[in-house]
Write a new protein. Structure first.
Length: 334
């Protein structure tokens, strides 16, 4: 992996943007754009969310001289712009609702039943606000490392390369940052910190499927210094942008698997995730991507205490299969 030199802090980048540096704006876009897109995509379609991201950074470009570091961090300032833009867009749309003919109720019937309701969405935003405030209070080296590991979904090795520091230093900063977060949030918010950080990986809490304690165990696993982050790549016949990540830890029977940009499974079929130990395949469960092709699994089993020899995602009959039998679409091979 090519080593990337340690970049300037966000505050320094903002000063450069105020002086007219498009290169500094591009770095800020790379650091913060994904988080803003994720925020917008919760309520807007993909194209509108991408447009909002561009509008936000155009506003940053035009108003960089107004940024005051005494009033908060660059991240907080940019996210405030994003929140205002998103609220304005939602207000505009509420005044001009889109009418979709649906005499037979087919459109309504096709909507996913698990979408967040208004109350749950408000609570989710409250949780994120609490976490973002705690993140902003971290020492800058720890905040950068935690941001890269969770908000940018980088491995420990990639965080080290991005920051231009040794791998051990990157791991230490991540763990120290998480410990400070838990201390800042207090014991009553420890599980909430786990929930919010896993939500940054795209994993949404559902009370009937997992408990906060389970998320806390998953967070402890993925942030351990000896955890592994395996990337599943697309196989022939699968779109190039499709991929997945398997996170596990030796001796710990839990795995977190996130899937991205998967195409819809063929009619009458589903996706099913597998791990192989020697000649034995174990199912991690079936996978139902959302409209953006994203899906997540948190799996607990004693067999997962040993790191897998192989990880695959296959196409199987809708009811699932006891063993891999269909076409493999994603795979990790050591």
């Amino acid at each position: 992996m090519t080593r990337v030199e340690h970049g300037p802090r966000n505050e320094e980048l903002m000063r450069q943007v105020a002086e007219g540096s498009k290169e500094a704006l591009a770095v800020l876009h790379r650091r913060l754009g994904r988080q803003i897109f994720g925020l917008a995509a919760q309520t807007l379609d993909r194209a509108a969310a991408e447009d909002l991201v561009q509008d936000v950074f155009l506003a940053v470009w035009r108003n960089a001289r107004r940024f005051d570091p005494e009033r908060g961090s660059v991240r907080t300032w940019v996210l405030q712009i994003a929140h205002f833009r998103l609220l304005n867009e939602l207000r505009r749309r509420s005044r001009q609702p889109e009418i979709v003919p649906d005499p037979d109720g087919l459109v309504l019937d096709g909507l996913p039943a698990g979408d967040l309701g208004p109350a749950e969405r408000t609570w989710q935003q409250h949780r994120r606000a609490i976490l973002e405030a705690a993140l902003d209070r971290l020492p800058p080296p720890q905040r950068e490392a935690v941001d890269l590991a969770f908000l940018d979904d980088l491995t420990h090795e990639q965080v080290a390369a991005e920051l231009g520091v040794p791998l051990g230093t990157a791991k230490t900063r991540i763990r120290a940052g998480l410990q400070r977060l838990r201390g800042a949030l207090g014991s009553q918010w420890a599980a909430l910190a786990a929930l919010c950080l896993l939500a940054a990986l795209g994993i949404r809490y559902r009370s009937d499927r997992a408990t906060l304690a389970r998320y806390d165990r998953a967070l402890s696993m993925v942030t351990a210094s000896d955890s592994v982050n395996l990337r599943l790549a697309p196989l022939p016949g699968t779109p190039d942008e499709a991929h997945a990540r398997y996170r596990g830890r030796p001796g710990v029977g839990i795995a977190v698997v996130t899937f991205s940009r998967l195409p819809a499974a063929p009619a009458g079929h589903t996706y099913q995730a597998w791990v192989r130990h020697g000649g034995v395949w174990t199912s991690l469960g079936t996978v139902l991507p959302d409209m953006d092709g994203n899906a997540r699994l948190i799996v607990e089993s004693p067999v997962l205490a040993a790191l897998p020899d192989d990880v695959e995602l296959t196409v199987e009959p809708r009811t699932g299969s006891p063993a891999p039998s269909g076409r493999a679409v994603l795979a990790w091979v050591p």
